[in-house]
Design a protein around this ligand. Sequence first.
Ligand code: FAD
Length: 421
Amino acid sequence: MQIAVVGGGVCGLTCAIALMKAGADVQVYEAANKFGEIGAGIGIGPNASRLLRKLGLMDDILARGDKTHSEWFQWRSGLGGHEVLTEMSLRPGEEPFMVHRAAFLDALVKHVDHSRVHFRKRCTKVVESPTSRKITIHFADGSTALADVVLGADGIKSAVRGAVTGLDPVESITYSGTSCYRGLVPIERVKAAGIKTDFITRPICFVGPRQHLIIFGVNAGKLVNVVAFGRNPNALPDEWERGAPANPAVVTVTKEVPLREFAAWGPDVVKLLGCIDEWSQWKINVVSPPLPTWVKGRVALVGDAAHGMLPHLGAGAGQGLEDAYLLARLLTHPQTCLANIENVLRVYDEVRKPRVQRVWDDTYKMGNVVDGLGPSGLTPEGLTKDMGNPWLYVWGRGVDDDVLHAQFRLRDSGEYVSASL
Ligand SMILES: Cc1cc2nc3c(=O)[nH]c(=O)nc-3n(C[C@H](O)[C@H](O)[C@H](O)COP(=O)(O)OP(=O)(O)OC[C@H]3O[C@@H](n4cnc5c(N)ncnc54)[C@H](O)[C@@H]3O)c2cc1C
């Protein structure tokens, strides 16, 4: 079975690595001329770190000295004296970590067989032939490639998604009404600015009315990752449900822009924003409304292409990695073959969609709570009550739970003769 992965971001590469390690015939088609990530940090939850460990990737991912956290977030007031409003501890076995995105991607790239990677291949459409059973992938340079199975891991503006939904890619995404400023700053500069809050021991969230900041250390605490969120002041909390995608989604701005928006915030926030000269401003688009299915025939969607979500639980990539892991396990299962592949992909869709949708919904709730739009307000009690612990669900899933679940379904429907890992 020839498998094509379209898109070499974190989800596409993890999927390709899992497939390659299991001996599958896989080719990767990436639009850019090399693998690359933006200059920012990313948080990876224990659900994803467990599967990365299973794939033998964790040592390389943490090679720059990043460590798994032993304490989870502290939520502080963004205004006034930054008093602690609430905090969360980790339970034994939970090991989230924060890492520079480039370090994460570089570690994955090390495990890819480069002879199977094709750069400058921007997919424009995917067409399933009714006669030959092969799928044709069309690229912007006029070339094509054939495969038996196509996995669309080409991000939120996915071109492959058109083959599943029948819609133009932008018709499946909408602007959330939330924007953010993203930047990285050396820890020395943070210290020199006289900032008192410790961003390295544990991640920090400064909360306030309609705005919040997420801050954590990467590169073994040498760099501080800052994301400052704000929502369109005129938008209702659910305004984005009716929106259209923001285009362009990313622009570069100078520090005066975030400083103006957070001018009334407390001293550590204002000093921190002043430490970074150039910021990237992101208008956050999401896949909304949810796709009725991520699969059509032998084409399946993975990661943001299927379910681009708000970043408020740091869970989007983790969910995509779970998709990638399950797909790789099912596609390389000894009882999967061309005759049953469509049903196997349908089961992937049935198993993954409800879980991802719950996480997607929880990211929306969390965004409202930290922006002061939760029912109980931004008091210590209100924040603790409204937030609950959404990570119990996000992180609680065992890496092979979905695999077993899918295999039992395939056995019960007669596609597999037995369900075994
Ligand atoms: C501000 C912010 C903070 C976030 N923080 C976190 C976090 O802490 N933790 C977390 O888990 N998630 C986080 N996320 C979400 C996370 O970044 C995404 O879920 C994740 O990057 C999606 O990975 P992907 O591989 O699906 O897509 P992408 O990373 O977008 O990769 C898509 C790849 O496909 C390529 N491509 C695009 N179009 C084509 C095409 N037509 N043909 C071929 N190739 C193509 C691209 O060049 C790219 O390499 C955050 C998101 C935002 C906006």
